[in-house]
Design a protein around this ligand. Structure first.
Ligand code: FAD
Length: 277
């Protein structure tokens, strides 16, 4: 492993300043669950690591006055899983509690997963599926990016050099009546082969998103047709392009998981609507 310096800023401003001052070889480290593996394999060779562990502003889960759920980027999966969230916001905690294993959930952060931008990571699909907004800050100031625009179609993110993801802002509960995330993985500790999110709006229309198939999650053009699972599979990958065994497998999984996500989201939607009426 190439030698590097380690820095532990106590605040966000200090972290941004360090990242700019230490130059292009510097990178932030959150839980290290992806970055350290990349460093061990020499895929990443930073000259300086700037730890987010002591930056308290980046941790925690809270609701704003308007009901938007704000999740600090350096919030660990374990903290997120333990948060008592109301209504469909609880699906986010459930996803955090069900991924990887306990050591990864203890160290890994939601922001780290989003910035690593591996399409197989659950939170990548989930934040796009929920239409969340991502707040970032850097030398040029702060900006808010819709999650669907954060991930580039060919992989990676729109983060500019020196920018840090600070907050994931999830819409308030009234925006959807029910939400469900579904995924398929070969083994419990493996990332998804396909994942799907269905979010039901109060008018009954659905936002459907599929992840892990392409470098960035795909928001389906037609989430409301009768056979949305089949439509999703066709839109994601026409049969003619599903030429390998993995692609055919993913196509079929997308059909099944979208169908399953719709059924469960509509179930919770019906329960929530009945409870609210
Ligand atoms: C054994 C194992 C099993 C796993 N299983 C699953 C699974 O089932 N489902 C799943 O979804 N994921 C799984 N993962 C992946 C896991 O979600 C990620 O490794 C982890 O969450 C990344 O977060 P981190 O805080 O450790 O990021 P780090 O490794 O610290 O950072 C990752 C990248 O993001 C950058 N970064 C981190 N935070 C920020 C920030 N705030 N702003 C800007 N850049 C930032 C870093 O510079 C680095 O490039 C697994 C990982 C392992 C090792």
């Amino acid at each position: 492993m190439k030698p590097f310096t380690f820095h532990s800023p106590q605040g966000l401003g200090e972290a941004v300043d360090l990242l700019e001052r230490l130059g292009p070889g510097a990178t932030v480290i959150a839980g290290g669950q992806t970055l350290l593996l990349a460093m061990k394999e020499r895929l990443a060779r930073p000259s300086a690591l700037i730890s987010l562990a002591e930056v308290a502003d980046l941790r925690g889960v809270r609701h704003t006055g308007s009901g938007v759920l704000e999740i600090g980027a350096a919030t660990t999966y374990a903290a997120l899983a333990g948060a008592r969230l109301p209504g469909w916001h609880a699906e986010i905690a459930a996803v955090a509690g069900d991924l990887a294993d306990r050591p990864v959930r203890t160290m890994g952060t939601i922001g780290g997963a989003l910035c690593a931008a591996d399409p197989r990571f659950d939170m990548v699909t989930l934040v796009v599926g929920l239409g969340a907004e991502l707040d970032v800050v850097g030398p040029g100031g702060a900006r808010a990016i819709p999650a669907a625009e954060f991930f580039l179609p060919d992989g990676g993110t729109v983060l500019a050099p020196g920018e840090i993801l600070t907050t994931i802002r999830v819409p308030a509960l009234p925006v959807y009546t029910g939400v469900a995330f579904e995924k398929f993985r070969h083994r419990v500790f493996e990332a998804a082969v396909v994942s799907a999110v269905c979010a039901v709006r109060p008018n009954g229309t659905r936002r459907i998103t599929v992840g892990a198939v392409h470098p960035a999650p795909t928001v389906m053009a037609d989430g409301d047709s009768a056979d949305a699972g089949r439509r999703a599979a066709d839109e994601l990958m026409p049969e003619s392009r599903a030429t390998t065994q993995l692609r055919r497998y993913q196509r079929e999984l997308a059909r099944v998981l979208v169908t399953r996500a719709i059924a469960r989201a509509q179930d919770t939607s019906a329960t929530n609507t009945a409870a609210g009426s």
